[in-house]
Design a protein around this ligand. Structure first.
Ligand code: DQA
Length: 146
């Protein structure tokens, strides 16, 4: 498949703990469960998924650059708590051409005040939040139609 058929799905800090991490907030699906469902969803669309997770801000930035250099169709990005703090992620999204869709399992606007500001959302093409694991499926649907 050409890179135009690839969707990078990048996940930030603590998302490796999905399944056991605050399940009342984030659900019981693991990141692998979500990856498997995205792959099933992508196949009939002629798309492939490149799913990654890191607890390190710089890795996420390097992967955004890589997705851009590869000419990926889109990036689905759950930046975890870096959503609310990272000017560097904001700048990286602004610096690249590949469209970035911000996703969140929870709805940060319905939570603590410190989650209400998204530096990533201010640079992203759009944001999908609050639908649990389905947020990723909705984001893939949107990415496929871009
Ligand atoms: C999150 C929301 C963030 O506020 C939080 O720091 C996370 C997960 C979500 O998917 O709901 O780590 O991005």
């Amino acid at each position: 498949m050409s890179d135009q058929q690839t969707i990078f799905v990048l996940n930030g800090p603590n998302l490796n703990l999905l399944g056991t991490r605050e399940p009342d907030v984030y659900g019981r699906d693991t990141l692998d469960d979500i990856a498997g469902r995205l792959e099933d969803q992508a196949l009939p669309l002629g798309l492939s998924i490149d799913m990654r997770q890191s607890n390190h801000e710089g890795h996420l930035i390097d992967w955004l650059h890589e997705a851009n250099a590869a000419g990926a169709k889109a990036v689905i990005l759950n930046p975890g708590a870096y959503t609310h703090t990272s000017i560097a992620l904001h700048d990286a999204i602004k610096a690249i051409k590949v469209p970035v869709i911000e996703v969140h399992l929870s709805n940060p606007h319905a939570r603590e005040a410190f989650r209400h500001k998204s530096l990533v959302g201010q640079a992203a093409k759009g944001t999908i939040a609050g639908f649990g694991a389905m947020s990723y499926a909705l984001a893939l649907d949107a990415a496929a139609k871009l």
